[in-house]
Design a protein around this ligand. Structure first.
Ligand code: GLN
Length: 489
């Protein structure tokens, strides 16, 4: 059961070979056994999950099941879920019980899926290692001394450790793809606007996008079918016809043109990653693809541009946490201004404060033109590079992350090193394009440390998710990296 695809689980549930209650209990027992060590979940509510499972069993018995009915899904703790504590990995929202469902949660509820729990994440989704979470670091199930990546590290860990059938994540600069790569699972960040941000706690609104994380491209397609769709409550939600993301999975890849950006293959990639990526490209050639050399000349500016724009948006979005409306309030203060100051000083962690300070600075009078406006202009150039590239190729490939999972604590004191973890992913968010990561090998094992997973990044043109899933699925039919499990799992 633990290694079954969502399709297989759905069939087993519909054939009544297993009930949703049994399946949910199986995962809850695993979470009880493994979560104390891995810390993938912040909150579980066994009774609530089991009640949802019973309702799903009734639908299944009545022949009213959809593809994911009865399947236990882990939800990133950035999505408001009615009656559930929704912390966003923060002290600020440590005791916040959401009064309504995010669009994503609603979609899974309507599909009859079971909410298995809320997964750990970096505080307000700011981070690449899950170490900024107020609820402690998440361990990488392949090596518990290594980070799982971030910010959706809890989700990636839960999928890799078989603590859920699949999970949701969000990706502002790489937070679905990078943890997917570091934990050896698959994840897709859809085209900006495909999945509604309603009820998803905002970090940088022009970049934030929710997407699925799972063990295979086939599973991601079924998750996308549930998550995607227009929602009038999000003003940037796209009016795009409903589509079946699994429709092209079985198309052969002959004639596919894969663009390899020369900038991604210059320097900076570890040799472990380089070897696995080269082998994956060779496999794609065997599958009938042709390779095209392309250039994304402005992509080298994506990290600095992101670290102007994302903090600017964050400083505005996080101004709502003032101790008045919701969230943490300092226990002692003298007047209103003092209450604001103390609540924010005590409620936010160091990384979040750093971003708020940078963001407020680049938006301030006198610096706005020099930083914020300039960054917006370069953002446009970065997007135009992709438009040019897609005249010559169908998808773009490269590494997801420059290295495999690094050790806990290794980059904690050096924010710039941490920011560089997303060097290959951030341009995709700045351009609003869809990007995914799939497992494509392992690094070398060394003195007692296991070889850690490597992720291949596939970047598509706008709305080309179905093709990307096809490209990933055909590779997963020919290889078995995606079906490996960490030792002891
Ligand atoms: N690691 C990046 C950051 O810290 C991206 C995070 C994300 O995608 N949520 O901002």
């Amino acid at each position: 059961m633990l290694n079954s695809s969502l399709q297989q689980l759905g069939s087993a549930l519909r054939a009544r070979k297993i009930s949703s209650v049994e399946l949910t209990q199986l995962y809850l027992d695993r979470i009880a056994a493994l979560n104390p060590a891995l810390n993938a979940y912040i909150t579980t509510k066994a009774e609530t999950s089991l009640a949802q499972a019973r309702a799903a069993d009734a639908l299944l018995a009545g022949g009213k099941a959809q593809a994911l009915t009865g399947i236990p899904i882990a939800q990133k703790d950035i999505f408001c879920a009615k009656g559930w504590r929704t912390t966003c990995g923060s002290k600020m929202l440590e005791n916040f019980i959401a009064p309504y469902d995010a669009h994503v949660i609603e979609q899974f509820n309507n599909a009859g899926a079971v909410n298995l729990g809320k997964t750990n994440m970096d505080e307000f989704a700011m981070g690449s290692s899950n170490e900024t979470s107020h609820f402690g670091t998440v361990k990488n199930p392949w090596d518990r001394n290594a980070v799982p990546g971030g910010s959706s590290g809890g989700a990636a860990c839960a999928v890799a450790a078989r603590l859920c059938a699949a999970a949701t994540g969000t990706d502002t600069g790489g937070s679905i793809r990078q943890p997917a790569a570091l934990c050896g699972i698959s994840g897709i960040k859809p085209t900006y606007g495909t999945v509604s941000r309603y009820g998803m706690i905002a970090f940088a609104s022009s970049l934030d996008q929710a997407g699925p994380m799972g063990r295979s491209a086939e599973d991601l397609a079924l998750m996308m079918n549930v998550m995607a769709g227009f929602d009038e409550r999000d003003s940037t939600s796209l009016q795009h016809d409903k589509e079946d993301y699994a429709r092209d999975l079985n198309k052969p890849l002959s004639g596919l043109r894969i663009g390899l950006p020369k900038e991604f293959f210059a320097e900076g990639m570890s040799s472990d990653v380089a070897k696995a990526i080269e082998a994956a490209i060779a496999e794609y050639k065997k599958l009938g693809a042709t390779i095209v050399d392309i250039s994304l000349p402005n992509s080298k500016l994506s990290v600095p541009v992101y670290y102007v724009l994302a903090p600017a948006e964050a400083s505005s979005n996080l101004s709502r946490f003032d101790g008045v409306r919701y969230g943490y309030r300092a226990p002692e203060y003298t007047d209103l201004a003092d209450m604001y100051e103390k609540s924010r000083a005590q409620g936010f962690g160091a990384e979040v404060k750093r971003r708020i300070m940078i963001g407020t600075y680049v938006l301030s009078h006198g610096y706005y033109d020099a930083y914020y406006l300039q960054a917006q202009k370069i953002r446009r150039l970065i997007a135009q590079d992709f438009t040019e590239a897609y005249k010559k190729c169908d998808v773009i490939m490269g590494p997801t992350s420059p290295s495999t999972a690094f050790k806990l604590g290794e980059k904690g004191d050096d924010p710039v090193q941490m920011y560089l973890s997303d060097i290959y992913t951030i341009a995709v968010n700045l351009a609003g394009l869809p990007g995914m990561s799939i497992p494509c090998g392992f690094g070398a094992a060394s003195n007692g440390n296991p070889g850690m997973p490597v992720g291949l990044q596939i970047i598509g043109n706008y709305f080309d998710e179905a093709r990307m899933l096809n490209v990933a699925h055909q590779y997963q039919l020919a290889t078995d990296w995606h079906s490996r499990a960490p030792q002891g799992i």
